[in-house]
Write a protein that binds this ligand. Structure first.
Ligand SMILES: C[S@@+](CC[C@H](N)C(=O)[O-])C[C@H]1O[C@@H](n2cnc3c(N)ncnc32)[C@H](O)[C@@H]1O
Length: 250
């Protein structure tokens, strides 16, 4: 997508009145209104940056997974007013809320994402802070599975805890942060489960070096990868996987 098209999307977004409907169970809103809207908008900006790296000229189908209760979803709806949108989360109430509020379809997720029937032919898949909570095996398997749901030149934009998070973020939830950081330094990928919140699935905190994530991206056939350190809200790293073979001829 060229800069002129991206500028048009962004100008239209800025002229749109954003939904301020907040679900009472939206835990992301606990950080305060200003932070909530800044982080949401930054997710949309990371997607526009991702699109600028591709040959895709239109965005017609978008999946937000995990959508939570719409921190980023409301900005995606404003940026892509005509797109067919899908909202998915293991928290079905969140997915249903987003589908209702932001005019889309809910896809109820499950502990094993590879067992969830996802829409195909997606031009954009936004994955804000899911792999930041998963081990390396699921990161590889789920990225591969999701990549199979992209349209040609479609993009998957997803976030990771990189060097900045390793240095500055306190994760809580009973995660063994010392072990996590040791794994990060010695292997390039750390994961420890939360002691709380693990009633439905194996859920915790991951830390990953850019080189490890790019190695994972390298192992997924038919894709090309770009990486932005601190690309989401000046905090999480961002991987963009574009469905266009890195070895495809001109
Ligand atoms: C840190 S929140 C991020 C939510 C949203 N992307 C945002 O930025 O506000 C992580 C989300 O992952 C969801 N989640 C965890 N496991 C999941 C799974 N297997 N499938 C879909 N969503 C999942 C949780 O319910 C939660 O809403």
């Amino acid at each position: 997508m060229d800069f002129r098209q991206i500028a048009e999307i962004y100008s239209a977004y800025e002229r749109t009145t954003l939904s301020t409907e907040i679900h009472p169970n939206d835990v992301m809103f606990n950080t305060g209104s200003s932070h909530y809207y800044t982080v949401g908008k930054s997710g949309m900006q990371a997607i526009l940056t991702g699109l600028s790296l591709t040959w895709r000229s239109q965005v017609s189908r978008v999946l937000d997974l995990p959508c939570g209760h719409g921190r980023v979803a409301r900005h995606l709806r404003a940026a892509f007013p005509l797109a067919e949108m899908f909202f998915s989360d293991i928290d079905h109430e969140g997915a249903d809320f987003c589908a209702r509020e932001f005019a889309g379809k809910a896809v109820h997720s499950a502990p094993d994402l590879t067992k969830v029937s996802l829409p195909s032919d997606l031009d954009v898949i936004w994955i804000g802070s899911l792999f930041t909570h998963l081990d390396k095996g699921r990161t590889i398997d789920w990225l591969t599975y999701l990549s199979g749901h992209l349209s040609e030149h479609g993009i998957l934009v997803t976030t990771f805890h990189g060097y900045f998070s390793e240095k500055h973020t306190a994760f809580g939830g009973g995660a063994d942060e010392e072990l996590l950081r040791r794994q990060f330094h010695f292997t390039g990928f750390g994961y420890t489960p939360y002691k709380t919140y693990n009633d439905i699935t194996d859920y915790g905190v991951s830390l990953s070096k850019p080189s490890t994530i790019l190695d994972i991206a390298d192992s997924i056939p038919g894709m090309r990868a770009s990486y932005m350190e601190r690309g989401w809200a000046n905090n999480h790293d961002v991987l963009v996987l574009c469905k266009n073979d890195r070895l495809a001829s001109f």
